[in-house]
Design a protein. Structure first.
Length: 339
């Protein structure tokens, strides 16, 4: 079973400072419910997950608070989590009688025993195993049955795109002009026309995965590259990323050096897989908003969740191409790096 997951461990500290000689402000006097939501849909996955937590304030050590389940998580009986799928022309008002599909997300603390949402204290998550379709808009509704609070968010699904380069099943590097290295171009077609169903992705990340055996056990070395942003409005857009052989070999050697006692074996039948990951502009903006800020300027909080905080968006992780071989020089260089 494939899993669509991404990590969310957020604790929001929101003290407010007022300059006044007449009012003493205590952030802990009044409690207002603020729900944290993280959900990313992928139509290639047979299971999609949503994580729901609480914002909290308190007196004392916030690290201690974050270890208490009651501070972070709702109880199963507290929430009703539903999702509705609409055609774009039926989204006005989110009338549930016009929904093409209805999902009632299931609560669990044990469904995932590894991965980004896993925690030692069994963090609750909600999941659905129903198929996701790229021609529909998905609307998430979370209702706190005790307080009456309703939190919602919506997202379209990523449209199809396809890998165009390399065209053969052989991963072959060519000489670079003016550089003492060899290169290969990774390319993919981002379709933009009226017949494409779903929303066109605006952010991509190519990842080469090197397949090998680690003491007979199958192992994968993931080699991610920089993001590629597509802002072009043409009807048919081909994007590309230039990769150098030295980069690939050095990444594999670094992996081998991290396991000095391991015996790594080259997979001659399927040495590489190419993945092109993609996401919506909303998810990319959320990721950028939560990366370390090198500026002293305070960054505004980004959320697309109504009456709450977090992100509900879409991505694709399973557009790939497999290679049955690579060129002889590259193969030899990798074999030497594995020694």
């Amino acid at each position: 079973m494939k899993y669509n997951v991404l990590v969310l461990l957020l604790s929001f500290l929101t003290p407010l400072l007022f300059a006044s000689c007449d009012v003493d402000f205590d952030a802990n006097d009044d409690w207002h419910e603020t729900m944290l939501v993280y959900g990313v849909l992928d139509q290639d996955n047979d299971t999609n997950f949503v994580r729901i937590e609480k914002c909290f304030l308190g007196k004392g050590n916030y690290v201690t608070f974050s270890k208490q389940k009651d501070s972070l998580y709702y109880k199963q009986e507290d929430l009703q989590v539903s999702m509705y799928a609409y055609f774009v022309w039926d989204t006005n008002g989110w009338d549930t009688t016009k929904a093409e599909q209805k999902y009632y997300l299931q609560y669990t603390t044990r469904y995932k025993d590894t991965g980004a949402f896993y925690a030692d204290n069994e963090c609750p998550i909600y999941f659905t195993t129903k198929r996701i379709y790229q021609d529909l808009i998905y609307h998430l509704v979370i209702r706190n049955k005790k307080t009456g609070t309703i939190v919602s968010a919506s997202t379209p699904i990523i449209a199809d795109y396809s890998i165009t380069d390399p065209t053969t099943e052989r991963l072959a590097f060519s000489p670079s002009k003016g550089i003492d290295d060899y290169q290969i171009t990774l390319g993919w077609n981002n379709k933009k026309n009226s017949t494409v169903q779903g929303t066109v992705a605006t952010c991509f990340q190519p990842v080469l995965k090197f397949n090998c055996s680690n003491n007979v056990k199958a192992s994968v070395v993931s080699i991610p590259f920089n993001y590629v942003i597509d802002t072009n409005s043409s009807s048919q857009r081909t994007l590309s990323y230039l990769v150098y052989r030295s980069t690939i070999v050095s990444k594999i050697k670094a992996y081998k050096d991290s396991y000095p006692s391991a015996t790594l074996t080259y997979n001659y039948d399927n040495p590489f897989d190419l993945y092109i990951y993609a996401c919506t502009k909303e998810l990319k903006r959320y990721i950028d908003n939560n990366t370390p800020n090198e500026s002293l300027t305070e960054r505004a909080l980004y959320t697309n969740v109504t009456n709450g905080i977090g992100i509900f968006a879409a991505r694709r992780l399973h557009i790939k191409k497999s290679f049955t071989s690579c060129d002889n020089i590259t193969q030899t260089a990798i074999e030497n790096a594995l020694k």
